[in-house]
Ligand binder design. Structure first.
Ligand SMILES: Nc1nc2c(ncn2[C@@H]2O[C@H](COP(=O)(O)OP(=O)(O)O)[C@@H](O)[C@H]2O)c(=O)[nH]1
Ligand SMILES: [Mg+2]
Length: 373
């Protein structure tokens, strides 16, 4: 089950726009009919008009249903996002309404054609066509609210973070301003995607890097795994549960310099909470903003930065590792690009071990797509 590409969901027109489009197409289809016999011609015209309107409406509606992702085929993470963003019931119901209206439009056009076949006078033919148009309008009127819902939902859904649940996923947690987004940016190939959770106004980053054809995704958690437990509502708890499903590993980033404004005591409490919220997800605790940590020897730090820079020239060179003597955690600095490659190595190792010991994991050669090229 790969991830939903929310950006690809199609625009949903208003009922008025849909009807305008369908009826103007229908008029052209009617005008194109040629037959010297007036009765034949009118019958054909009236049949074509309703047929064309019914077909184009049902085709458009069915195309929307086909292209809007089905909840049954989504990962639990995506379902939780839909629930939080727009509500799964309304989502399902609105797409169901489109499917229903598409079917009704086809039925109306078939009934119209059947009625016309028996008619020999012109006025009732026109009357039948008008009646069919009226029924089409009324069917569309009944799904107006659903279309409005989908149109609005599209904007929210398009901003949701996209996670491919077949590839490894790293959930980056930690107090606000500890450098989560900066870490994701410094570990990612290219620029991380900007996304939004439905329950916070803060933007989040989703980045990735590739190693041996595996795509490691890094997901930010602002407003989610960065604040005390008791403030969370039901929807946020569901989203956290979903993160536990898709997250192979949680990187908990601490800021011993406290320059982000959160004391180490509060950060430690948060760490304990996150550990209990994601009981199944292995946790790596790292100390960020290494350039600001007082306990680290400046000479040692300078050496690490230099070695890390040398990796650009020679990726197989020695991997610099630095730990905080006060905590024993691996140390990184996103701004000075230090410790990042050591962390990447740790992640790849840990994920490798997890996938090896997981009896449900996919075979090594399963990942046939190569994103590194
Ligand atoms: N000195 C230093 N500052 C950093 C580092 N990483 C992030 N910052 C700064 O910390 C602030 C918060 O970073 P951000 O990534 O937005 O934190 P987030 O809220 O956890 O995503 C920004 O001003 C960053 O420039 C680092 O490694 N060293
Ligand atoms: Mg951030």
């Amino acid at each position: 089950m790969s991830s939903v590409v929310w950006r690809n969901i199609p625009t949903v027109l208003t009922v008025e726009e849909l009807l305008d489009k369908a009826f103007s197409k229908a008029k052209k289809a009617g005008d194109a009919v040629v037959d010297r016999d007036r009765i034949y011609r009118t019958r054909k015209q009236m049949t074509r008009m309703v047929g064309s309107a019914g077909d184009s409406l049902s085709a458009t509606l069915r195309e929307w249903v086909r292209r809007w992702p089905s909840l049954d085929k989504m990962s639990s993470f995506d379902v939780a996002m839909v629930e939080a963003a727009v509500g799964c019931d309304d989502y399902r119901q609105s797409l169901g309404a489109c499917q229903w209206a598409a079917q009704k439009c086809v039925e109306i056009s078939q009934q119209n054609a059947k009625k016309l076949r028996r008619m020999i006078n012109l006025p009732p033919m026109h009357e039948t066509r008008r009646e069919a148009y009226g029924r089409i309008c009324s069917i569309m009127g009944r799904i107006e609210k659903n279309l409005d819902f989908l149109r609005e939902a599209r904007d929210t859904l398009r901003a949701l973070p996209m996670i491919d649940s077949t590839e490894p996923c790293l959930v980056v947690a930690g107090a606000p301003n500890v450098g989560k987004s900066a870490l994701i940016a410094s570990m990612s190939t290219g620029k991380p995607e900007i996304a939004a959770y439905p329950f916070t106004t803060k933007q989040l980053h989703v980045g990735h890097f590739t190693n041996r054809r595996m795509k490691y995704q890094l997901v930010d958690t602002p407003g989610l795994l960065d604040r005390p437990m008791e403030e969370r509502n039901h929807i946020e708890m569901q989203a956290i549960a979903a993160l536990e499903h898709v997250g192979d590993l949680c990187l908990f980033l601490m800021d011993p310099s406290e320059s982000g404004g959160t004391s180490m005591e509060i950060q430690t409490n948060l760490l304990n909470e996150v550990a209990s919220l994601l009981p199944q997800t292995p946790l790596i605790v790292i100390d960020g903003k290494g350039d600001l940590i007082e306990e680290i020897d400046p000479a040692e730090w300078a050496a690490v930065c230099e070695m890390e820079a040398a990796l650009n020239e020679n990726p197989d060179g020695p991997l610099p590792e630095i730990r905080n003597p006060a905590t024993g955690h691996l140390v990184i600095s996103a701004t000075e690009s230090a410790g990042i490659e050591r962390l990447r190595f740790e992640i790849i190792q840990r994920i490798g071990q997890l996938r090896e010991t997981d009896p449900l994991s996919l075979p090594e050669n399963w990942h046939v797509r190569d994103d590194s090229v």
